[in-house]
Design a protein around this ligand. Structure first.
Ligand code: GDP
Ligand code: MG
Length: 699
C-alpha cells in the first residue's frame, strides 16, 4: 500500500485532480478554502495506491485549522510521495510552498497545473529547468482538460513504490542561515525521525510555535544563535527565511519562464466586473437572473409539468388511487398512500427541476470564477461596516447548502469573526429553502417576478445588518481581518464538472425526499388524521380535531403576531427544522392549496420567518461542531430565531396597518423594533478600553 498526498496552495486545482485520479466526486470551487478536511481515495486502476486531497496551504507554518490538518498529514501520516500541484499562472506564490515541501524529506513530484491558461496567455514554462532547480521531476498538466495527468500520476506511483531514502535538497539558504540550520539539526534529540530533520530544524529556526514546543530544549539551545543572525540581518528569523526562499524562487523563475506580456483575458473581464460602480449592480443582476430563471420561468415551467404528471387528470396519484380501489384497499391505507405519501413526497419532488436549474447556475458561477469576484466585491462593501469579505465565502457556499457553508467558516482566523459568520451563514436561502420560496411565489403571488429574488436579497441584507449589529457588541468586537483575495483566472467550466456537481446536489435532494420527507409525511398524515373525538381515539373527519392540531394549537399563539397563528403553519415551521423542504411536504398533506391558510401578507411573513429562523437539524449540528460550545450554539439559534421573529413582525404589522389603516399595539411593537435596529446600526462601534485610552492620549 502506498500513499500519495496532493499538496498545494488553495485553489490550484488539487481537488479537481483528485477527482480525476480517483474518479470520486468532491466539491470543486474557484476560490480558496473549499476543501477543509483531508480526503482519501484510491487511484483508478491501482488498488494499492491511496491518494489524499489536502486543504490548500501557502506554507508549512499554519495559521488556520485546516492548514494545520494539511501540515499534520504531510508530517505525521508520512505519505510516500508528495504530489505538489502548482498553479502555473502564479508560480511565485506556489513555488514558495514547494521550497518547503522539498525539505520535509519525502520525494516530491511537481505538477504545474492550469497549463491551458498559461498557454492561452502565451507564456512558456520550461519544466526541465524547474526540475533541475528543485531536484524533483516536474510535469505540465491540466486537471481540467486532463492533459498530462496520467503520466504525472504514473511517475508519482513509481517513485512511491521504489522510495530510495531521503531525497537531496537542491535549494539552500545562505551560508550563515545554512550553518544555523545544520547546527540545529545536529542538536535535535537522537530519536528524531531522520526524514524530517531539516524540516524541524528550519521550523525551529523560524520559531514555529508547534515544532518549538515539540523540541523545547533544542529550541532554547538554538535561541542565542538565532538572535545573533537576526541582529546581523536586522530582521526576524521567519522573515529572513521567507526572504531567502523568495530570492531563490525569483532567480529560478527568471530562468524558467518566458512571459508574453499580453493582458490576460481575465484581467479585461475583471475591469468591468469588479469596477467600482458596476460591480454591485452586476452582482445583483446576476443573482436576480439566477433566481428568476430557476424559480419563476424555466425551472417553474418544468415543475409544472411534473405537478401535472403527479396530480393532474390521469396523473400518478389518480392511477394509484384507482389501483388501490381495485384491490379493495382499506380506506386509511389509501389515505396514507395518496394523501400522505404521494401528497407529501410528491410536492417536494415536484420542485426537483427548479433545484436542478438553480444548481446548474451555482455550479457554473462557482467554477468559472465569478463567485470569488463576489467575495472580493463584497469585501469592499463589508469593510465600510468593519466586516471582512472573508465572511462572504461561507455565504456563497451556503447558497447551495448551509452545512458546507458553515464548515467553510474554518478559513477565518479571527475567532469572533468566525463565530459571527457561522451565525449568519444560513440566512442565505439554501437549495432546500428554494421549494418553499417557489411554493409561496407561485401559489400566493401568481409567480410574481420579485418574490424569489427578494428572498435572496433579504438574506444578504440580514447578513449585513446582523454583521453590523453584532460587531458593535463586546463578544464580537474585533478589527476586520485583512482579506487578501487573489482573483483566479476565469475559465469555461467543463461540462463534466458542472454536471457532476449539479447531479450530486440534486440527487441528495431526491434522496432526502425518499427518506426524511417520506417518514415525516407518513407521521404528519397519521397525526393529522387521528385524534380524540367524542371521547374515542380514532380517525377524525375534521383535521382540526387531530392530534397534530392539538399540539399545533398549543404553540400557534407564538406566531399570531406574525400573521400565521394557525396550527398548520406552526407544525410546518416546526417540521421545517428537520429539513426545510418538509414545509412544502407538510402543506402538501394538510392543504389542497396554501391559499386555504394564508393571504399574501401572512404568506410573505411566514416565508421570511422560515428563511431566517433556525436552519435544519443538519445545519444546526454543523453549527454545534464549528462553535464547539453549547453556549455559542444556543446563542446562534436564539439569535437567528429572534431576528426572524422581529423581521416577520415588522413586515406583517406594517402591512396590516397599511391595509386596514388602523394603528394598534402590533404596529407600535414593530416601530419599536425598527427603531432599535436603526439605533444599533447607527450606534458608535464598541471600543476596547485600551483603545479609548490610546485615542485620548493621542489627542
Ligand atoms: P483546490 O482548492 O486546489 O482543491 O482547487 P479546485 O480543485 O477546487 O479547483 C479550483 C478551480 O480551478 C476550479 O474552478 C477548477 O475548475 C479550476 N481548475 C483546476 N484545474 C484547472 C486546469 O487545469 N485548468 C483550468 N483552466 N482550470 C482549472
Ligand atoms: Mg480543494
Amino acid at each position: 500500500m502506498v500513499k500519495i498526498a496532493l499538496a498545494g496552495n488553495p485553489n490550484c486545482g488539487k481537488t479537481m485532480l483528485f477527482n480525476a485520479l480517483t474518479g470520486s466526486n468532491q466539491y470543486v470551487g474557484n476560490w480558496a478554502g473549499v476543501t477543509v478536511e483531508a480526503k482519501e481515495g484510491r487511484l483508478k486502476g491501482e488498488k494499492d495506491v491511496i491518494i489524499a486531497d489536502l486543504p490548500g496551504i501557502y506554507s508549512l507554518s499554519p495559521y488556520t485549522p485546516e492548514e494545520v490538518v494539511a501540515r499534520n498529514y504531510l508530517v505525521n501520516e508520512e505519505p510516500d510521495v508528495i504530489l505538489n500541484i502548482i498553479d502555473g499562472t502564479n508560480l511565485e506564490r506556489n513555488l514558495y510552498l514547494t521550497t518547503q515541501l522539498c525539505e520535509i524529506g519525502i520525494p516530491v513530484v511537481m505538477a504545474i497545473n492550469m497549463i491551458d491558461i498559461v498557454k492561452r496567455n502565451g507564456d512558456i514554462i520550461n519544466t526541465e529547468e524547474i526540475s533541475e532547480h528543485f531536484g524533483c521531476v516536474c510535469f505540465e498538466i491540466s486537471a481540467l482538460k486532463g492533459t498530462g495527468v496520467k503520466k504525472c500520476a504514473k511517475k508519482a506511483v513509481e517513485l512511491a513504490r521504489n522510495n530510495r531514502g531521503i531525497p537531496p535538497i537542491h535549494h539552500s539558504f545562505d551560508d550563515r542561515v545554512e550553518s544555523a540550520v545544520h547546527f540545529i539539526s545536529a542538536i535535535l534529540p537522537s530519536g528524531t525521525d531522520m526524514l524530517h530533520k531539516r524540516y524541524y530544524a528550519t521550523k525551529i529556526f523560524e520559531r514555529d510555535s508547534i515544532v518549538s514546543a515539540e523540541f523545547p530544549e533544542c529550541a532554547s539551545l538554538a535561541e542565542s544563535l538565532i538572535k545573533d543572525i537576526e541582529k546581523y540581518y536586522d530582521d526576524d528569523s521567519e522573515s529572513i527565511i521567507a526572504d531567502q526562499r523568495y530570492r531563490y524562487i525569483t532567480k529560478c523563475i527568471d530562468e524558467c519562464r518566458v512571459k508574453s506580456g499580453k493582458t490576460p483575458v481575465s484581467e479585461k473581464i475583471d475591469r468591468i466586473v469588479t469596477n467600482k460602480y458596476l460591480s454591485l449592480p452586476i452582482f445583483a443582476a446576476v443573482m436576480f437572473g439566477v433566481y428568476y430563471v430557476s424559480v419563476t420561468t424555466f425551472g417553474g415551467a418544468l415543475s409544472d409539468i411534473i405537478v401535472e404528471k403527479i396530480y393532474g387528470e390521469n396523473g400518478f396519484s389518480f392511477i394509484v388511487s384507482n389501483l388501490l380501489d381495485a384491490v379493495n384497499c382499506a380506506p386509511w391505507l389509501k389515505g396514507l398512500i395518496t394523501d400522505g405519501i404521494i401528497a407529501g413526497v410528491g410536492s417536494v419532488l415536484s420542485f426537483v427541476p427548479q433545484i436542478f436549474v438553480l444548481f446548474v447556475f451555482l455550479s457554473f458561477l462557482e467554477d468559472c470564477g465569478y463567485m470569488s469576484r463576489i467575495a472580493f466585491i463584497m469585501d469592499k462593501l463589508f469593510r465600510k461596516f468593519g466586516l471582512s469579505g472573508k465572511s462572504f465565502i461561507p455565504i456563497l457556499v451556503g447558497t447551495g447548502c448551509g452545512v458546507p457553508g458553515i464548515m467553510s467558516s474554518r478559513t477565518i482566523e479571527n475567532e469572533s469573526e468566525r463565530r459571527m459568520t457561522v451565525i449568519t451563514t444560513t440566512f442565505i436561502p439554501c437549495g432546500a429553502k428554494l421549494p418553499v420560496i417557489s411554493l409561496f411565489a407561485s401559489s400566493l403571488f401568481g409567480g410574481a417576478w420579485w418574490v424569489a429574488p427578494s428572498a435572496y436579497f433579504t438574506g444578504i441584507a440580514a447578513i449585513i445588518t446582523s454583521g453590523i449589529i453584532l460587531k458593535k457588541t463586546k463578544p464580537f468586537y474585533s478589527k476586520p481581518s485583512p482579506f487578501v483575495m487573489e482573483l483566479p483566472p476565469y475559465h469555461m467550466p467543463s461540462v463534466k464538472s458542472v454536471a457532476r456537481a449539479t447531479t450530486d446536489r440534486t440527487l441528495s435532494y431526491i434522496k432526502k425526499a425518499g427518506t426524511v420527507i417520506l417518514l415525516a409525511s407518513c407521521a404528519v398524515w397519521f397525526l393529522s388524521n387521528f385524534g380524540f373525538y367524542g371521547g374515542r381515539f380514532g380517525m377524525v373527519m375534521n383535521m382540526d380535531n387531530s392530534v397534530l392540531a392539538y399540539f399545533g394549537n398549543i404553540i400557534d399563539v407564538i406566531f399570531s403576531p406574525l400573521g400565521f397563528g394557525t396550527w398548520q403553519a406552526s407544525v410546518a415551521t416546526l417540521l421545517g427544522l428537520a429539513a426545510k423542504e418538509e414545509i412544502v411536504g407538510v402543506f402538501g398533506v394538510l392543504y389542497n392549496s396554501i391559499g386555504e391558510g394564508f393571504n399574501q401578507l401572512s404568506g410573505y411573513s411566514f416565508l421570511m420567518f422560515n428563511l431566517l429562523c433556525a436552519p435544519c437539524i443538519a445545519a444546526m449540528s454543523a453549527i454545534r461542531k464549528e462553535m464547539n460550545s453549547a453556549k455559542w450554539t444556543f446563542f446562534a439559534i436564539a439569535y437567528q430565531c429572534s431576528f426572524a421573529y422581529c423581521v416577520s413582525l415588522c413586515i406583517y404589522q406594517t402591512g396590516l396597518a397599511l391595509q386596514t389603516g388602523r394603528i394598534g399595539a402590533g404596529l407600535i411593537c414593530a416601530a419599536l423594533i425598527f427603531a432599535f435596529f436603526v439605533y444599533m446600526l447607527l450606534k458608535k462601534p464598541y471600543q476596547m478600553k485600551y483603545e479609548l485610552l490610546q485615542n485620548r492620549t493621542h489627542k
